[in-house]
Design a protein around this ligand. Sequence first.
Ligand code: NAP
Length: 228
Amino acid sequence: MQQLYPPGATADLEAAYACPPLDAGATWLRANMVTSLDGAAQGPDGRSATVSSPPDRVVLSLLRRLADVVLAGAGTVRAERYGPVDRPIAVASRSLDLDPAAPLFTEATHRTIVLTCASAPADRRRVFEEVADVVVAGETSLDVPAAVRALAERGLTRILCEGGPHLLSAIVAAGALDELCYTLTPSMVGGRSHRMLETPASLRSDWSLGHILEDEGTLLMRWVARRS
Ligand SMILES: NC(=O)c1ccc[n+]([C@@H]2O[C@H](COP(=O)([O-])OP(=O)(O)OC[C@H]3O[C@@H](n4cnc5c(N)ncnc54)[C@H](OP(=O)(O)O)[C@@H]3O)[C@@H](O)[C@H]2O)c1
């Protein structure tokens, strides 16, 4: 893997993706997303694995190791058939249309966290309270800052959001995204497909380029939000 930017430095993956030191109570919310050259966030089979690449998977697993918690939207959990990982997983869902008998809940070594809204059906909420740690944040849509605070209260301050496009849009719209790790793979999909953000977020152009790495034609980039 070579480092293209900043120029001249040797690519040290661990150092390149290290989270900044956090003050007590502070959080770091980073997202990791991949697209094809033509901007598709999913392949023709509706899964992101199809637009991923071996270097992307290396970084994905490193980012998971560097995180306290993996955060994903329910659409991603359903499409990618998320199972347990060696980190707590938090799933955002408005409808709670998830399977409580899935390994994500029954075989998790860390109790899965469900982030939902007050409008979620009460009976579904009761079902998930049996198998997960249910957090209500927001009325009809996730209150992203409140959800982040709820994770931080559990000691989960380094948050890795793995999408998908609807959840990430909400996070960006809330101004809560600290960092975007973005992989561009040498593939083309064509047709209609999710982009990285699905609903209007905000017109922000205050992102600083952290690095660009290259491996087998895959570009691995890191962008950090500039805070005033
Ligand atoms: N290229 C990539 O890096 C990447 C990454 C992740 C996913 N993907 C792809 O993206 C596709 C899925 O897209 P998606 O946009 O549907 O995924 P998503 O954002 O993971 O899921 C959407 C669902 O998550 C919940 N959700 C999202 N935002 C919410 C909010 N603000 N408040 C409350 N609940 C919220 C809702 O769940 P309920 O429906 O349960 O209410 C919503 O229907 C799949 O094809 C997946 O493979 C690609």
